[in-house]
Ligand binder design. Structure first.
Ligand code: B16
Ligand code: MG
Length: 216
């Protein structure tokens, strides 16, 4: 078994909670198209990229749009979302995330981001976590959406470590599947029921430490 050399973090739901902003922006779009969008629907979009999220939402609302209209709608949702995240500060970092990143860095672990979001760079800068990352793999870099392992395999490649020596921190079912498909260890953030495939499930990064990483 390979020693753990690197950690790859998902963004939304692991380091920061931007799901609420995504929800409000998608709901505004759905309402403008005359249908509703619930918090339960939003749960199904965690880890899913913008384009695929829009496809699902239009499907649920039984609304047909041309590809040009879809591009415009995705752009509109993103304008609202970017406006919402513009006020984010270090206070918005989820409990335990900063401490864990500091401990990992001090202990010599390599650190990457593996997110579906095209806004990941903006957010990491706003909350001042960017300095902890040796590599950022986000929605601007990948062509395949989770559960495809591309986002995490690219992270391992950029960090120059083998997939087997990486641990992924993920809150989405699709993300846990992606990490497993890439041959990596996974720590699920959330409920054991939803993330049963993970090697360890915790409620948040405040429950994580280097000893638990070594024990995986
Ligand atoms: P954007 P993650 C994901 O972030 C979100 O969970 C998902 O809801 C969102 O649609 C996706 O990013 C794309 O975000 O519209 O900003 O490119 O969990 O992979 O960090
Ligand atoms: Mg997530």
């Amino acid at each position: 078994m390979a020693d753990i050399k690197a950690c790859i973090f998902d963004l939304d739901g692991v380091l920061v909670d931007t799901a609420g902003f995504h929800y409000r922006a998608w709901k505004k779009l759905a309402n403008r198209l005359n249908f509703d969008f619930t918090i339960q629907d939003n749960e199904k979009l965690k880890g899913i990229n913008r384009k695929e999220s829009l496809e699902l939402i239009l499907d649920w609302g039984k609304v047909f749009k041309t590809s040009y209209e879809k591009q415009e709608l995705a752009q509109l949702k993103n304008t609202w979302y970017v406006e919402m995240i513009s006020g984010m500060t270090p206070v918005d970092v989820l409990p335990g995330a900063l401490r864990l990143l500091q401990e990992l860095k001090a202990a010599g672990y390599k650190i990457a981001l593996g997110s579906a979001s095209k806004n990941a760079g903006i957010i990491l800068n706003k909350v001042e976590l960017i300095r902890y990352f040796n590599a950022v793999v986000d929605g601007n870099v990948v062509t395949e959406s989770k559960p495809d392992p591309q986002v995490f395999l690219k992270g391992a490649e950029m960090l120059q470590v083998s997939p087997a020596s990486c641990v992924v921190f993920e809150d989405a079912f699709a993300g846990v599947e992606a990490a497993k498909a890439g041959g990596m260890k996974v720590v699920g953030i959330g409920s054991t029921k939803a993330l049963a495939a993970a090697d360890l499930v915790i409620s948040g990064l405040h429950e994580m430490n280097i000893q638990k990483l070594r024990d995986l």
